[in-house]
Design a protein around this ligand. Sequence first.
Ligand SMILES: Cc1cc2nc3c(=O)[nH]c(=O)nc-3n(C[C@H](O)[C@H](O)[C@H](O)COP(=O)(O)OP(=O)(O)OC[C@H]3O[C@@H](n4cnc5c(N)ncnc54)[C@H](O)[C@@H]3O)c2cc1C
Length: 405
Amino acid sequence: MSSPAELPILIAGGGPVGVITALALARQGLRVHLFEAESKVNDAPRAATTHAATLEMLDELGLVDEVIRRGLVEPLFRTWDRSTGELVAEFDFGRLKDDTRYPFAVQCEQHKLANLAIEKLRALPHANLEFSARVVAVAQSNDSVEIKVDTAAGTRAIKGSYLIGADGGRSTVRKSLGIEFEGYTHPERFLILTTPFDIGTRYPGCTRNYLSHPQDWCAFFKVSGDDGKGLWRVLSSTRLEQSEAELFEADAVERRLQNFIAKEGKYDVVHRNLYNVHQRVAASFRKGRVFLAGDAAHVNNPIGGLGLNFGIHDAVELSGLLGRVIRREAPSEVLDLYDRHRRPLNIEFVQQQTVANKRRMEEKDPAARARNFAELAAIAADPAAHRAYLLRASLLESVRKRAAA
Ligand SMILES: Cc1cc2nc3c(=O)[nH]c(=O)nc-3n(C[C@H](O)[C@H](O)[C@H](O)COP(=O)(O)OP(=O)(O)OC[C@H]3O[C@@H](n4cnc5c(N)ncnc54)[C@H](O)[C@@H]3O)c2cc1C
């Protein structure tokens, strides 16, 4: 337990990565103070797919049973050729039964995960959570950090031992440190349309489907929804010149959905969300006593469902290193390992994989498409290759590589 006189670890951002970092630190008895700019957790449809490697970590944090209970367990995912309607490959995480206690993915919306972590934090007296509190400035010395926080009552300064910037892709903390966000932004945006229509009646037996197409690719995922009745998210790509108003217009939404899955009667659409898509990694995940985690450190396209998973792995690694240094079990130099491990792992296991996933979905060259499909089908048909592919897709391989480092 840290002494009451010890300065708290400050966290900017109460998204899933910020709150899980706070929980992983507070469970070690360390004082944390988290600041979230908004008045509550953002419940826009973003991450849902939680992979085996992450489920193992959520188990350590006492969260996994509730995540499974409030989510949907899905061992399979499928890739289709939308231009022919043929199934290209089916992958089954069940093949990892000897590699993990969780040989499946769980579709659990990220706001549920964040709220679960917050419930646990509220029970810990040394964890302080402040909503409607925006971090606007960052300074540090050799032995402390100081941030300025804007609240309804005005701006105040708060001192801490360390600061973790978990304040998302547009991170104020990252910008305050002058750290480059290296990479690029895709020229198109991704649209998510959420409907209660049961797409499972058309794509039975699997709730994670990727449909490749040279012009109009799409992906369908089921989530349980806040009432547990089930919702389907339809992800597709848009052109940059298409405005939000044009894309969200009722007839345009209806045409898009009918084009993907024609059905009688109109679609009921409960959410429309548009996202910019980036592949970027911060030039460094640390400067002195300040660290970056989650989307503040790296962003990627969502195909494969890896961004938040990797952000949770950041949270677990960073909280472990900080705990050892604060308890004086290790010298402060071990904190260098955070950037040294996480940055190359993100490039190898998240950036490269999501870029390849997106290319496979949208490939226009018929010969390259045929090659991609043949390769994927061959991997799925070969037990050793199938397992190796899933070890990467579930991030278990990245965790093993890290453990061996
Ligand atoms: C369509 C879509 C689908 C996705 N699907 C998946 C998936 O299936 N699996 C997966 O692993 N990932 C997925 N992702 C990625 C995932 O959503 C992100 O990686 C995740 O939200 C990152 O969490 P975070 O806590 O780092 O950042 P955020 O969720 O962006 O949270 C940052 C928080 O910081 C707050 N904040 C910002 N600035 C400040 C400030 N100055 N002071 C205080 N607070 C601040 C914000 O209000 C916000 O609450 C998807 C993303 C999208 C867009």
